[in-house]
Design a protein around this ligand. Structure first.
Ligand code: AMP
Ligand code: ZN
Length: 484
C-alpha cells in the first residue's frame, strides 16, 4: 500500500517516494530556545513523531529525523539581558527544558539536534558560495540574498514577488537591490554575540541556518521538510531559494506543514500572551490527553485548544482505556482458540487505519476505525462474564489492535486501570469533588442494597448521577466512574 502525503509545494497529495529508499531524511524546523514552549509549539513535534513512526513501522523505512535548535536570535539576547545571563546560558537552559518536555510527552527523541552555534563553518561556506554564484551580495557588513537571481522565488507560498512589493508590505531598505532580499549574514551590533566572517563580525540571519544544517547532516537534498504553516513564508520560501540557488538541485522532495493551534479562535502565541506552556499543562493533565487532542484533528486543520477539546480528549481516552481494562481483566491468553468473525473485524478495522494514515496521515479517520473496533469489542466482551478461551482470544486481539494503532501515535501506553483512575481524578478535581466523598456515597448505596432498601439505594444512585458519577453493578462488584 502506498503512502500519500500532501506536498505544500505542489498543493497536491502525492505518492511518497524517498530519494534513496529505504532511507528517509526528515528535517523539521525546531524551537528558538529562549523560553518554555507552549502547547501550540508542540503540535509540530507530535505530528512529525507520528510521521516518523508510521514511515518506520508500516513502511519499513529507516528514518533520520532532525530538529534544529535556533540558539542565535534576538529573542535569546533579549532574554539574556533581562535575566542578566549570557545568550549561551539562556539557550542551553531552554534546550534542556525542551528535552524535559519532549520526554514528559512520551515522544521519541530526535536523531539529530543541530544548533546554529555548531554550524557556523557551514553557514559561512554556503553564504560565500552564494556570493560567488552571484546569488547574494555583501552590503555594509551584511550579506543579502538576491531574490531576482532566483527566478522561481515564491513557488512554495504561491506569492508573486511583484505583487508583494506592489502591495507595499515590504520595508524599503537602501542596502537592498530588491526590497524582498533577505539577510544571510547580519553585521554585529555592540554587546551582542558575534562570529568573525569575511564581511566582518556578525551573526547569521535566521533562514540560512536550516539550509546549512541540512547540507551538513544530509547533503543537498532531503525527503521531507516539515514545520508549522506559519513558517511557509518567508522562512521556507527563503530556505528553498538559498539551498536551490546554492546546489542547483531540488532541496526537499516533500514539504509538510501542520496548521496552528488556536485558543478561543485566535492563534496561541507568546506575543499575544494567550498561551499555556506544555510544562504547566502537564502539571495537571496526563501527556496522552495532549497527544489525543492534537491527533484527533487532521494535521492540516486548525486545532482548538480549551476546556471542550480537553474534555473530548479525556472522554475519547476513557473509551479506549475502559475497553482495554475489560480486555485486561481476562488476563493473558493461554489458548490456541481464535474467533474467525472477530479476527475478521480486527482485520477490517486495521485496514481502515492503514488506509487512513496512508492518506496524508488522516488521524480522525483512523480514530473512527478505532471507535468502530471498540464498539465491536464492547458488544461482545463485557466485564465479569465467564472467561472462555474465545473471550480470552478476543481480548488479546483487541489489545494488540490498540497497541498497534497506539505505537505510531505514542498513545495508549499506560496501564488501563491506573490511567482510568487518573482521568477520573482529573475530572473530580475539575468538578470540585473529593474521591473519598464519592466512595462514601457509593458504599452507602451498596449497604442499602444489602439491606434491601432499594428506595434509598435508588435515591443515592440519582444523587450520584446528578453529581456526574455513574454507578454500575456486575458480578465482580460495584464500579463507579465520572460521566464523560
Ligand atoms: P514562535 O515561538 O512563534 O517562533 O514559534 C515557534 C514554532 O512554533 C514555529 O515552528 C511555529 O510554527 C510554531 N507555533 C507557534 N505558535 C503556534 C500555534 N499556535 N500552533 C501551532 N504551531 C505554532
Ligand atoms: Zn527552518
Amino acid at each position: 500500500m502506498s503512502l500519500k502525503v500532501y506536498n505544500s509545494l505542489t498543493r497536491k497529495k502525492e505518492e511518497f517516494i524517498p530519494r534513496l529508499p529505504p532511507k528517509v531524511t526528515m528535517y523539521v524546523c525546531g524551537p528558538t530556545v529562549y523560553n518554555f514552549l507552549h502547547v501550540g509549539n508542540f503540535r509540530v513535534y507530535v505530528v512529525f513523531n507520528l510521521v516518523r513512526n508510521w514511515l518506520e513501522a508500516q513502511h519499513n523505512y529507516q528514518v533520520t529525523y532532525a530538529v534544529n535548535f535556533t540558539d542565535v536570535d534576538d529573542r535569546i539576547i533579549e532574554q539574556a539581558n533581562k535575566d542578566k545571563k549570557t545568550a549561551e546560558e539562556i539557550s542551553e537552559k531552554y534546550i534542556a527544558e525542551y528535552k524535559i518536555d519532549l520526554k514528559a510527552l512520551g515522544l521519541r527523541p530526535h536523531d539529530l539536534n543541530p544548533k546554529v552555534t555548531e554550524t557556523m563553518p557551514e553557514i559561512l561556506q554556503l553564504t560565500e558560495d552564494l556570493i560567488q554564484k552571484k546569488k547574494a551580495y555583501a552590503a555594509e557588513g551584511d550579506v543579502l540574498f538576491a531574490i531576482d537571481s532566483f527566478p522561481t522565488y515564491g513557488k512554495l507560498s504561491g506569492r508573486d514577488p511583484q505583487d508583494m512589493i506592489a502591495g507595499s508590505r515590504v520595508e524599503v531598505d537602501q542596502k537592498k537591490k530588491n526590497p524582498l532580499d533577505f539577510a544571510l549574514w547580519k553585521s554585529a551590533k555592540p554587546g551582542e554575540p558575534s562570529w568573525p566572517s569575511p564581511w566582518g563580525a556578525g551573526r547569521p540571519g535566521w533562514h540560512i541556518e536550516c539550509s546549512a544544517m541540512v547540507f551538513k547532516h544530509f547533503g543537498e537534498q532531503i525527503d521531507i521538510h516539515g514545520g508549522g504553516m506559519d513558517l511557509l513564508f518567508p522562512h521556507h520560501e527563503n530556505e528553498i531559494a538559498q539551498s536551490e540557488a546554492g546546489s542547483g538541485k531540488t532541496f526537499s522532495r516533500y514539504w509538510m506543514h501542520n496548521n496552528m493551534l488556536n485558543l478561543s479562535g485566535q492563534k496561541m502565541s507568546k506575543s499575544l500572551g494567550n498561551f499555556v506552556t506544555i510544562r504547566d499543562f502537564l502539571k495537571t493533565h496526563p501527556a496522552e490527553v495532549y497527544k489525543w487532542m492534537i491527533l484527533s484533528v487532521h494535521y492540516r486543520s486548525i486545532c482548538d485548544f480549551g476546556d471542550e477539546a480537553v474534555h473530548r480528549a479525556i472522554a475519547g481516552l476513557a473509551k479506549v482505556y475502559s475497553a482495554m481494562a475489560v480486555a485486561e481483566s481476562y488476563g493473558a491468553w493461554d489458548s490456541k482458540v481464535t474467533d474467525p468473525a472477530f479476527e475478521k473485524t480486527v482485520e477490517t478495522c486495521w485496514k481502515k487505519v492503514v488506509e487512513s494514515l496512508d492518506d496524508d496521515f488522516n488521524t480522525p479517520e483512523a480514530f473512527a476505525a478505532l471507535y468502530e473496533m471498540i464498539r465491536q469489542f464492547n458488544t461482545q466482551v463485557k466485564r465479569g462474564i465467564k472467561p472462555t478461551p474465545v473471550l480470552l482470544a478476543k481480548s488479546v486481539s483487541f489489545k494488540m489492535f490498540v497497541q498497534k494503532i497506539g505505537h505510531p501515535m505514542s498513545l495508549f501506553q499506560e496501564k488501563p486501570s491506573e490511567f482510568l483512575r487518573k482521568l477520573d481524578d482529573l475530572l473530580l478535581q475539575k468538578m470540585n469533588l473529593q474521591r473519598d466523598h464519592v466512595d462514601g456515597m457509593v458504599a452507602e448505596r451498596t449497604q442499602s442494597r444489602i439491606e434491601k432498601n432499594f428506595k434509598k439505594s435508588d435515591e443515592l444512585r440519582d444523587k450520584l448521577l446528578a453529581l456526574g458519577i455513574s454507578v454500575s453493578d456486575s458480578v465482580d462488584g460495584t464500579h463507579w466512574e465520572v460521566l464523560k
